[in-house]
Design a protein around this ligand. Structure first.
Ligand SMILES: NC(=O)c1ccc[n+]([C@@H]2O[C@H](COP(=O)([O-])OP(=O)(O)OC[C@H]3O[C@@H](n4cnc5c(N)ncnc54)[C@H](OP(=O)(O)O)[C@@H]3O)[C@@H](O)[C@H]2O)c1
Length: 251
């Protein structure tokens, strides 16, 4: 793959300021992409600015944009801003998500609604609004979870609200027939970021390691190359979910 395979390609990374999304933004910029670094919480503005600076230092273009993606008008504003800024939209990598680890009996109505609002509704409309603006030959990648292949408690509302994304992905990939656009999901295993640690029960990391033949949690660095591959040579994968977890779960 040429080093600057994404030269000048406009890519939106939702949740693109930190953790997995931050690493994806930096990596795509290093491949020459023009990245829109979306972030959610106002308190992450500084982090987003650092990520933008790192993207530019790596050789790409970048700007930061704040939005709560549970409102469709905000998704439209974000997508429009990418096209306004870069003149096109080649790809969207949707890493936005929310996770609570708790038995179903302890999940509140507000928590249920919040999970479905970002994990399902926002994913649906990020995909739909991207599809309206994406260039022919473009790519859409959603981050889901290896829990979609696991048989476990405590993550009913998290995994349950990520599950519809597989169906959205199948549908959109068919609907974009003739446009040469690939739409796929990446499903990491339990991954060593604050997102995992905030949701995990005591000892869950040990359990996850024990369930993983390769003997550790997933790292951000295990996932990033797959995003770059899907945005470059990986166009033939379409409508699929790839489980990236060192053998934690298969389907
Ligand atoms: N870490 C894991 O164990 C793991 C495993 C498998 C899959 N994943 C998936 O990988 C993706 C990235 O996770 P990560 O570990 O890198 O954690 P992360 O940085 O916390 O990623 C989640 C992102 O979603 C954003 N977000 C949450 N609510 C939002 C809203 N209403 N509007 C817009 N953005 C919102 C968060 O912003 P704020 O923090 O500002 O709210 C954050 O930037 C997620 O989709 C997650 O489900 C994670």
């Amino acid at each position: 793959m040429p080093e600057h395979a994404l030269n000048g390609k406009a890519v939106l990374v939702t949740g693109g300021a930190k953790n997995l999304g931050g690493a994806i933004s930096r990596d795509l910029a290093a491949a020459g992409a023009s990245v829109a670094v979306h972030y959610h919480s106002r308190s992450d503005k500084g982090l987003a600015e650092d990520t933008v600076a790192a993207c530019v230092a790596a050789g790409g273009n970048a700007f930061a944009i704040e939005a709560d993606l549970t409102a469709v008008a905000e998704i439209r504003r974000v997508v429009d801003s990418v096209v306004d800024r870069y003149g096109a939209l080649y790809a969207t990598v949707n890493t936005a998500g929310l996770a609570k680890g708790a038995p179903m009996t302890e999940v509140t109505e507000e928590e249920y609604d919040a999970h479905f609002a970002i994990n399902s509704k926002a994913a649906f409309f990020v995909m739909a609004e991207t599809a309206k603006r994406i260039e022919d030959g473009g790519r859409i990648v959603n981050l889901v979870s290896s829990l979609l292949a696991a048989y476990t408690g405590r993550y009913s509302v998290y995994a349950g609200s990520k599950a519809p994304v597989e169906h959205f992905t199948r549908a959109l990939s068919k609907e974009l027939t003739g446009r040469r656009v690939s739409v796929n999901n990446l499903a990491p295993g339990p991954m060593d970021t604050s997102f995992f640690w905030d949701a995990a029960a005591p000892g869950e990391d040990e359990f996850s390691r024990a369930q993983t033949p390769l003997g550790r949690l997933t790292k951000v660095e295990d996932v990033v190359p797959w995003v770059r591959f899907l945005l470059t040579d990986g166009r033939w994968l379409n409508g699929q979910t790839v489980f990236l977890n060192g053998g934690f779960a298969t389907r």
